[in-house]
Every structure is written in C-alpha cells, then in structure tokens.
Design a protein around this ligand. Sequence first.
Ligand SMILES: Cc1cc2nc3c(=O)[nH]c(=O)nc-3n(C[C@H](O)[C@H](O)[C@H](O)COP(=O)(O)OP(=O)(O)OC[C@H]3O[C@@H](n4cnc5c(N)ncnc54)[C@H](O)[C@@H]3O)c2cc1C
Length: 553
Amino acid sequence: MPTHEVFNQPPPLTGYDVADDAAMLSALRREGAGWAQDAVHELGRLAGSAQAQEQGRQANENPPELRTHDRFGNRVDEVEFHPAWHELMTVAVRHGLHAAPWRDSRPGAHVARAAGFYVWGTADAGHCCPISMTYAIVPALRLAPGLAGRFEPLLAAPEYDFGLRPPETKRGLLAGMSMTEKQGGSDVRANTTRAVAVEGDGGSYLLTGHKWFTSAPMGDLFLVLAQAPGGLSCFLLPRVRPDGTLNGMRLQRLKDKLGNRSNASAEVEYDEALAWLVGEEGRGVRTIIEMVNVTRLDCVLGTATGMRAGVTMAAHHAAHRTAFGRKLADQPLMAGVLADLAIESEATTMAAFRLAGATDRAVRGDEQEAAFRRLALAATKYWVCKRAPAHAAEALECLGGNGYVEESGMPRLYREAPLASIWEGSGNVAALDALRALTRQPESAEAFFAELDQAAGADSRLDQAVLRLRKELSDPSEARARHLAEAMALALQGALLVRYGDPAVADAFTASRLADGGGSSGSSGWGRAFGTLPAGADTAAIVRRATPMVPAG
Ligand SMILES: Cc1cc2nc3c(=O)[nH]c(=O)nc-3n(C[C@H](O)[C@H](O)[C@H](O)COP(=O)(O)OP(=O)(O)OC[C@H]3O[C@@H](n4cnc5c(N)ncnc54)[C@H](O)[C@@H]3O)c2cc1C
C-alpha cells in the first residue's frame, strides 16, 4: 500500500540552458563577444545538465584529501581528488576558461571567457579557483618575459594534465598564488618567507618559510611573495623542479573550510624551494597585484554566477509550488522577493561584464578603459561580494525547508557566498583600495565619472544619486571608505541598467537603490531586507527573466 503521493514539489531543475540569461547575453554582445554566443550556449546546456550537477555534488561531498607521505615514508605531498573534480576541470580547461584568452587575438576574447566562466561556475564554484588563478597569473608572468615565453603557451593550452611532473614535460599547466602568512594576509609586507639568490644562476632563488593559505596546491606553478635582499619580491615557483625532483614545497594540512569544499586550500612550508624572480627585487607587491587585479574580476563574475544560480533556483521553485491556493510566484509578497533578488543579480551581471569588457580593451592598450577598471573594479568587488551572503540566504528561504536541506544545492551556494569578499582583498581592504584609486589616481576618477555621465539625463533618480556621490567625495576619509565604495558601485550599476538594461529592472533598481539615497532612510520605501521594492515595480516581468525554461517531464 502506498503511504503517500508526492505532489506540489517542483520538477528537477535540470536539462536547461544556464546561458539562457538575457542580461548576460546582451552584455556579451555589447562588450564585443557576440561571436562566442554559440559556444556559451553549449557550455550553458552542459552546466544545466543533470550530469554536471551531479559532478558538482560529488566533488563537494567527497572533498580532496592530502597524502603527505607514501607507504615507505617518502614525502609525496599529493592531493587526491574525486573523479568528478577532474571531470569538471577537464570541461573548464577544454573550453578555455583558464589562460586561453591571453593567446587569443580576437577582440572580446576575455569577455567570451568571462561568459563561459559565469555559466560553467553554476556546476561548482570550487574548481573555478585554480581556473581563475591560471587565468590571472599571465599578466604578472609577462613581467618576466623569459618565464612567460617558457610557460605561457602551456598555461593557455586547452589540456588538463593532472599530476606532479616537471612543468615543461606536461601538456597543460595550472597556476596558483601563495601570499598569505599566519601573521598577515592583507598586509603582505609582513611576510617572513626568505629568498636567497642561487649563486651563478641569475634569477634563481631558494625560498624558505611558511604560507597559511595556498589554494589549489596541486597546481604546477605558483606566484610566491618572499623577502629578498632588495625587499619583498615576487617569484615563480614550480611544484616539480625541471630535473624531475619534487620542489621543497611541503603541504602541511588542508583547511577545513566553510564552503568551497571541492577545492583544496593548503598550509605550506617552503624548504629551500627553487623559484625564479618575476619583476624586480623589492617590487613584489607591484608585480603580484597584476595577478590580483584579474582574480578580483573573477570574484565579481563568480558572485554574479552565485546570485544568478540562487534566483534561478528560487524562481523555479516558486513557479511550481502552490501555497494557500496560489503558485508562490503569483503571491504579491513572494513576487516582490524574487524580483528584488533578480534585480540584484542582473545589476551584478551587468557590472561584471562591463568590467570584463574593460579588461579586454585595457589588455589591448586602451588606457581610458584601464583607468576606468582600476576604480570600478575595486568598488564593485567590495559591494557585490558584500551582497552575496544576504542574497543567497534570501534565495534559500524561497524554497522553505527544502532550501535548508543539502540536496537542494542551496546550502552549498550559501556557504560559498562569503568567500569572494574575503579573498583578494577583504571588504575593508577592497573599499580602501577604491578610495586609494579615487584620491591618488585622478585619471581613474575621471574615467569612472565619464562612464556615469553617459547615462546623464535618462533617469532623474540616477542623476540625483551621482550628484550626491560627487558631493560625498569631498570627504574621502578612510572611515567612510565602505560608504563611498557602495555609492560608487550602485551608481555604476544604475548607469549600466538605465542605458542597457531591461526597462522594468532598471526602473525598479533606481527606484529602490538610488532614489532619495535609497535604503530605509530614503522615502523610496526600500527596506533593509530583500522583498521591499517600492510600489509600482513590474515584479511579474522581472521574475519572468529569472525563471528557467525546464523541459517538460
Ligand atoms: C578559501 C580561501 C582560499 C584562500 N586562498 C588563498 C591563496 O590561494 N593564496 C593566498 O595567498 N591566500 C589565500 N587566502 C587568504 C586570503 O587571501 C586572506 O585570508 C585575506 O587576504 C585576508 O587576510 P587575513 O586572513 O590575514 O586577514 P587580515 O589581513 O588579518 O584581515 C582581517 C580583517 O581585517 C580587515 N583589515 C585589514 N586591514 C585593514 C585596514 N587597514 N583597515 C581596516 N580593516 C582592515 C580585513 O578586511 C579583514 O576583515 C584564501 C582565503 C580563503 C578563505
């Protein structure tokens, strides 16, 4: 005898195209990568497949394990991953989401890669970490042309070749970064790892010291900061030396992390590890910042991915679940929550792709775009990453109790959400960096306001917000850095939405986030929680944009 029937549960959210995302697709075309649309859809269908979702689940539920020694007692310093991890990595590398765009001369190559990264990240955020670091290492490595000549082609190769072997014997390479020490992560100048030059071997050093966080430790190459005689310097360190012996990079422990569990993050001791100088001695921060600037772009893109995934799952659930005689999505208060989440997600996607476009053009020598990116990236990273945990929590709640249960996928999204705000410049550090760009690099401020000016006259609430922002900049004190970064990021999101966004989304964004100062303090009525949009927002139209098309039965 059946005890009960299952009904009023949504169909599985599988077999859909993650790239069926109007805000992302229009940004892709606008930023010069319309040519990549078919490839992005292909990856989108893959990301939305039951197979990719299962790989993401397995990779997270079977986290990597460290093997420090073999059975005879020899150090091996290997990390073992579940096969699902390798499958995810293979797809990411085959689709060029790692360093491939650096070897692609087509304008828009970095935007195409951003779109791939954005859709494929839905399958699993953890493996995006080594993908992102491999992408980001190239601009820093180019400060050492000899090393770039040796390794860049292998970093860009579409081959995932796992295992500890000398880098130049592998079909493809992955990279990481090793900066943070126990006594200082933001303040890397406090690093104590020492670098001693190898006599008679120009450019080679031996590094000795510890690192408190080094993610993706099974990578082949790492940018490491260490104190050389000339001051803090940046080095390229291979996991395996060119002669085939294991380099002096000992993995001590893997971190037991809140989220990001598919990925390994290690504590590392360097024991006379061979490394090669990148850039000049004493200019380590200047050098590694070239890498950090690119990983910060991925923090914004990855946050956009998480928000889109959250609101998609929430809208899907609400489209199918009935309570009190009506679909949840049709209940005015739920429609308001979903619309508010969708607005936040679209605004983040628009900003992320504008920054990817700026990166693409900056790489090709556009100085105005480089100046714009400098300030806009710091402010946007601060703000969107701050929004992510609240966004994930609210999206989770849309599923009710199901959202709190692991197999819904929501807990994984929720645990991942705070990470991008900590990594590559924690909130305060990102906000202070935006302030630094604003006050010390006038060309950045000019380029940023030139961007806002392009939207002038289109929406009076945005115009007022920009005016207020200009006034507030008269007091650029450290204590107000968060406030200013938030205001800059919101103005940028508003300007992009007003110029290019869906009219219903743009109108609701400016009415809620920008009118009268936004927030509860303004008369707009937008509250501190999601789901408090001012009256008049076209919530049904906005929610429709976030509701996935899932094939019937
Ligand atoms: C999952 C994960 C993976 C990571 N992977 C890597 C990796 O691969 N390589 C690597 O090198 N590091 C990695 N990190 C480390 C990460 O980059 C650092 O944790 C981060 O930079 C912050 O440094 P910290 O932990 O030393 O904190 P601290 O620098 O001590 O900062 C603590 C708090 O103080 C704030 N703060 C710092 N300076 C100021 C200031 N001047 N004014 C006001 N507030 C301030 C910060 O915003 C933060 O909130 C990883 C971290 C995590 C969580």
